[in-house]
Write a protein that binds this ligand. Structure first.
Ligand SMILES: Cc1cc2nc3c(=O)[nH]c(=O)nc-3n(C[C@H](O)[C@H](O)[C@H](O)COP(=O)(O)OP(=O)(O)OC[C@H]3O[C@@H](n4cnc5c(N)ncnc54)[C@H](O)[C@@H]3O)c2cc1C
Length: 426
């Protein structure tokens, strides 16, 4: 198949999980026809880079997630700028907004998430309002701001802070309102969040935390608890996102908060797989089912799906939440779950918190300067080793934890564990 009658593989979405799927398929099946359908009209790009585009630290060419010839080299047909409106699992077809019905043998749903905008009095009448979720929303925001703009951002999570970083040098002021009492509430503990907030305040960003907007009156937002009236020119809604699950849910597929997938990235529908931000899966540390909406997980799940879609039975069971974020001169790395005993050091610049129990490392939060002073080793240095220890559930008594907790290094591992970490190389 590979024409109007259908394709062997159809992929909905064109981002990290979709690219992982293509590359997973092509590891096994170099010939089967692949069609990518996405409602965004663009070549695949790194979504986390949209703030750097506004900042001028990258451009449209450099933010591409794969080179220009990616589709051609992988034998992928694209149908971009068109949404899929329905999956018919019994017929093995999808319907698109331009009226086509396309058959598949195996289907990937990698639809990501969409911004959640809570109802707020008067919001409809606010003229200059934006979300910060994709390339088009970033470009639109970039057009709207000037050096005279006072920007109000609702939501001080990853997306809101990334947005602030992208625009801070191009506007007069940035003010945050968030219901949570701290920044990055889903990623950081209180003390780490306080460090980041202080860093942001130092560059002139204002915060109203533990509060929310009660109502808008034109370009004035009135806060619910404090009653302050905040005047703004541009509003950014970064309250949160919801996994885009409608296609699978409407087709009868199992969903919780997100699409339910197993360790092969298969959904409950026959021959339908799902990966990335639209899915929930098992956290390798806690065993809980959760949405782990980060780019590396989207790619890995997509790759896993691709291998299975191409006929090889392969399970990936090592997903953990992790984040690598750079903000205003600080670098934050976090992974796993913040449970168990705590090992903590903080010299004012380098913050290191490790969480462990039952002879296993469960998680970490590391913060250091993006550009450390000469000779200084930042807390996040070689953090990939911690990530591997968590992911692989390596027993702490098989390594020198006292050595490694202050600085991850291979010397702390037994020869066998070093081999495991390095995939056989010692
Ligand atoms: C501002 C920002 C900063 C971020 N920073 C980081 C970071 O520092 N580190 C990190 O790991 N992650 C970060 N993320 C998260 C990361 O971008 C996502 O985890 C990743 O992009 C998920 O990939 P995905 O393929 O699952 O979905 P997405 O990238 O969301 O792509 C899904 C695609 O499917 C399309 N689609 C949806 N429905 C349909 C339909 N019905 N028909 C056709 N197409 C459809 C969407 O338009 C979209 O193009 C950030 C995200 C944002 C927005």
């Amino acid at each position: 198949m590979g024409n109007n009658s259908g394709y062997k593989y159809v992929i909905i979405g064109n981002s990290a999980a979709a690219v992982g799927t293509v590359e997973g398929i092509r590891r096994i099946d170099t010939a089967g026809s692949i069609l990518i359908i996405s409602d965004e009209p663009h070549h695949t790009y790194g979504r986390p880079l949209i703030s750097y585009l506004l900042l001028g630290k990258t451009d449209r060419q450099r933010m591409k997630y794969r080179p220009d010839d990616f589709y051609e080299k992988n034998g992928v047909t694209t149908k971009l700028g068109v949404a899929v409106t329905k999956i018919n699992p019994d017929e093995h077809t999808v319907e698109t907004a331009d009226g086509e019905t396309i058959a598949y043998e195996k289907l990937m749903v990698s639809t990501g998430s969409n911004p959640f905008v809570p109802p707020m009095d008067g919001l409809d009448a606010v003229a200059n309002k934006f979300t910060f979720q994709n390339l088009d929303s970033a470009l639109a925001l970039g057009e709207a701001i000037t050096s005279e703009s006072d920007v109000l951002i609702i939501g001080a999570g990853l997306i809101g802070l990334k947005c602030a970083e992208g625009i801070i040098d191009r506007v007069r002021s940035v003010t945050f309102v968030d219901m949570a009492p701290k920044v990055l509430p889903s990623i950081l503990e209180d003390d780490a969040a306080a460090i980041i907030k202080a860093q942001l305040e130092a560059v002139g960003i204002n915060f109203y935390l533990g509060d929310s907007v009660g109502s808008f009156d034109g370009n004035v937002a009135t806060l619910k608890n404090g009653g302050e009236k905040l005047t703004f020119d541009v509003l950014v809604l970064a309250v949160g996102v919801r996994p885009s699950i409608a296609l699978v849910k409407d087709a009868g597929g199992a969903c919780g908060r997100a699409i339910t997938v197993d360790s092969r990235s298969a959904t409950s529908l026959p021959d339908v797989y799902a990966a990335g931000d639209c899915t929930e899966s098992r956290d390798a540390v806690t065993g809980d089912t959760k949405v782990m909406a980060i780019l590396p997980n989207a790619y890995l799940q997509g790759e896993t799906a691709g291998i299975n879609m191409a006929g090889v039975n392969y399970a990936f069971e090592k997903l953990i939440p992790c984040n690598a974020i750079g903000f205003f001169g600080k670098h934050i790395l976090s992974a796993g779950s913040y449970t168990g005993d705590v090992y903590f050091t903080n010299d004012g610049t380098n913050y290191r918190k490790l969480f462990y129990s039952d002879n296993r490392l469960n998680g970490f939060i590391l913060i250091g300067d993006k550009h450390p002073k000469d000779g200084e080793i930042p807390a996040y240095d070689r953090a990939g080793i911690y990530t591997r220890i968590i992911r692989e559930r390596i027993p702490l008594d098989s390594l020198d934890f006292e050595l490694i907790r202050d600085r991850p290094g291979l010397a702390a591992f037994s020869r066998a564990a070093r081999g495991e970490l390095l995939g056989g190389e010692q």
